[in-house]
Design a protein around this ligand. Structure first.
Ligand SMILES: Cc1cc2nc3c(=O)[nH]c(=O)nc-3n(C[C@H](O)[C@H](O)[C@H](O)COP(=O)(O)OP(=O)(O)OC[C@H]3O[C@@H](n4cnc5c(N)ncnc54)[C@H](O)[C@@H]3O)c2cc1C
Ligand code: SF4
Length: 487
């Protein structure tokens, strides 16, 4: 039998296909391992089956409980997969392993850049500058286009006052077909048989699951949202789930789009005078910087990075509201809104993940490893490689400062400035004591009080800790949050 290229379910685009015979497997056992969001399970199966249909008789398509059941003993070739577990499997199977694809920089290039740098000197911004310089993207000779590598200073605008949304057209949404209908029926059956457990609500598919849909979603983003991406990157509005975000993480992480395709498209819009540099550079940095960065850190920081990281000694188990994606009984408007949105769609934009969900978990001391697993299962774009640096590092500071130099903790005042959430909330973002004390504002101080001994040496936290020491009602706030039952 000739060697077949085995494609994992996140290797679905043309850049994983070199023209030879292909092998794909739908492994029901993989879906049964965790309580996934229904929209996520749907996307994975839909994307896989659509690719199989497209490839026709070029692909051998097998069903199994586990990959090993049908792959053992076969002569295989693979593009190096994206998780520690999958890499161990393909090596155990004796497959010929090709270097990974689907990122801007190779693992060899990152290793050369990181060599000799201790973990505390691995700074995303420096890596990003290195990639911009070495690729020559948005560069004029040795200098960055526009004189700066980063235009965040011009971005980070609050949402327009009084607006319920940014007023952009609805983002592209695919039309479901017979494959989606069959996927839905299969998920219902597997769930009824007790073979899988799903969370979140069902609903028509919102994200691209085919190459054609991915290209349409990219073109739609460039045409309708790119210009507003930079300025409103950090803003949130109750009436606007997408804001100016691209929602391209799903097709990117399924391997349907190559990151260079997104980068080339946004840079072409800039060159054509159709999008400002402050937005284009912001998208380029998210993809060429952050996305590649967290990918490389997944390997660089080691397989036990999540397990061994709990710098702030966070020991609270995740509450039911998170596990069941149920914001109905949550009074904090910001949190109930985002939990409901994730329950409905499996998606929330970056600042909702960081400023609301991550910030809340940080303040309440949720266990970082449990939180990482929750994000991976509950989000349509969640993958094993994307979560550790984002959750453990960036949002929970559980690695003690490798990914982020200080904890991303903020009180209600910042949430109030960057969103319209507080206007319809029963809590008051300005209050830290009393019945209507905002649980984010009071929670911020209670958090600092709890972790003070562990962050005392962090020079970036000195101002916040000085504020804590000046707090006249510190004890009362801490006690209020320790015994809080309503949030
Ligand atoms: C707590 C937390 C959890 C996250 N979970 C995920 C996740 O499950 N999957 C995921 O792909 N990203 C995750 N991110 C990163 C980021 O929030 C998402 O990539 C982004 O919100 C996806 O929506 P979008 O495509 O509309 O992104 P946009 O805002 O339009 O950004 C464009 C693209 O940049 C890339 N990107 C931007 N920031 C990051 C980042 N920090 N890490 C990796 N890629 C980035 C993504 O590919 C994204 O599609 C997480 C971040 C945090 C703080
Ligand atoms: S007042 Fe506090 S809890 Fe309510 S929406 Fe604002 S930040 Fe969230």
């Amino acid at each position: 039998m000739p060697v077949s290229r085995f494609l994992f379910a996140d290797q679905l685009g043309p850049h994983f296909d070199d023209g030879g015979p292909l092998l794909m497997v739908e492994a029901a056992g993989v879906l049964g391992r965790h309580p996934y969001h229904r929209a996520k399970a749907h996307l994975i199966l839909s994307a896989l089956r659509h690719r199989v249909r497209e490839l026709g008789d070029r692909v051998e398509f097998l069903h199994a409980e586990h990959y090993r059941d049908v792959l053992a003993g076969r002569d295989l070739e693979v593009v190096d997969p994206t998780s520690w577990g999958a890499r161990a499997l393909v090596r155990e199977l004796g497959a010929r392993v090709l270097p990974s694809r689907g990122f801007v920089t190779s693992e060899v290039e990152f290793a050369a850049w990181a060599q000799g740098r201790p973990p505390s000197r691995l700074v995303m911004d420096q890596f990003y500058r290195h990639v911009r310089t070495s690729t020559g993207l948005l560069m004029r000779g040795p200098d960055p286009e526009g004189g700066r590598f980063n235009f965040d200073h011009d971005n980070r605008r609050p949402p327009p006052k009084g607006a319920s949304g940014l007023g952009l057209p609805d983002p592209y949404r695919p039309v479901e077909d017979d494959i989606d209908e069959q996927v839905r029926a299969d998920l219902d059956r597997l769930e009824a048989e007790g073979r899988i457990r799903l969370i979140g609500q069902d609903g028509p598919r919102r994200f691209a699951a085919t190459r054609a849909e991915a290209l349409t979603a990219l073109a739609d983003f460039v045409e309708t949202r790119l210009g507003d991406f930079g300025p409103f990157e950090d803003a949130s509005l109750l009436g606007d789930d997408a804001m100016a975000h691209s929602r391209l993480s799903v097709p990117l992480n399924l391997g349907l789009l190559h990151p260079w395709e997104v980068i080339d498209a946004v840079v072409a819009a800039y060159r054509a005078g159709e999008a400002p540099l402050q937005s284009v550079e912001a998208v380029v940095r998210q993809i060429m910087g952050w996305r590649d960065w967290v990918w490389h850190l997944y390997w660089h920081l080691g397989e036990d990075y999540v397990r061994r990281s709990n710098h702030l000694d966070a020991q609270t188990p995740l509450p039911r509201e998170f596990l069941e994606l149920d914001g109905r009984t949550v009074r904090a408007r910001c949190l109930s809104h985002v939990l409901d949105e994730v329950g409905r769609t499996g998606y929330a934009h970056h600042i909702q993940r960081l400023m609301i969900l991550g910030n809340w978990a940080l303040q309440r001391g949720y266990r970082p490893a449990e939180l990482t697993e929750w994000f991976t299962n509950a989000f349509v774009d969640g993958t094993p490689w994307v979560m550790p640096a984002n959750v453990v590092g960036m949002s929970q500071h559980a690695d003690g400062g490798i990914v982020a130099t200080k904890p991303y903790a903020s009180g209600g005042a910042y949430i109030s400035k960057m969103s319209d959430y507080c206007g319809s909330c029963t809590f008051n973002p300005k209050k830290r004591l009393g019945e209507d004390a905002c649980p984010f504002t009071a929670g911020y101080w209670a958090f600092l009080d709890r972790v003070e001994p562990r962050i005392r040496g962090n020079h970036r936290m000195q101002q916040s800790l000085a504020g804590l020491r000046r707090l006249v009602d510190r004890e009362a706030v801490v006690e209020q949050e320790r015994t809080r039952t309503e949030w």
